[in-house]
Design a protein around this ligand. Sequence first.
Ligand code: CA
Ligand code: CA
Ligand code: CA
Length: 217
Amino acid sequence: MRNAGFTLVEMLIVCAVALIVASIMIPAVVHIQRKNAERLAENEVKEIAALIEQYKLYTGVYPQANLLEILAEQDGQTLSNTTNLGNESLVLALCSLDNGGPYLRRDLADVNRKKLQNLDRDNAWKVALNNTFFTDSELREYVDPWGVPYVYFDNSVYFDTTVHTYTVGGTTFQARPIKDPQGRFYEPLGFQLWSCGPNRVNDQGKGDDITAWVVDR
Ligand SMILES: [Ca+2]
Ligand SMILES: [Ca+2]
Ligand SMILES: [Ca+2]
């Protein structure tokens, strides 16, 4: 009996120690995971930005964020593409076999990869995907480590009143080109690319958003 009691106390001590260790370790692990995801997003933003610059070097223009010809198709009906348009346009440009492309790696399109997803489940009007490495007609988005599409505008659309609507997991958010505190667009001659960050909310470049440009917060 004495041994059994002693074992029970030992077990309680072990459980208590395990709980203490877990209470210390779990927040640390969560913190490390968040930092790793943030670092990944920072790297991806830089990588995509470099690819966009390569595209510009070859073609003389930045990939357009409003490719009107990529009309979406759902249930056999051709519809205007109202969601995720900037990102989808960018993916199409970077995956095109024209203009010195493709700039994005083909393996990103493998079915087991999560980087290119079709979050709004639309298909391109057939001609749009003819010269890409895709073998189907899905209009894909390049997603960040939290599964949210990166937001993209090229400078040709800054002055449009266009607000882009993005959808992910049944929720939508809106995005518009971002101005600095003086009212000037960031990257006025280039492009704006950003991740909505760990909170998966578009903060228009503020808060935890991860932008391709350096911004005072
Ligand atoms: Ca779409
Ligand atoms: Ca899509
Ligand atoms: Ca955010």
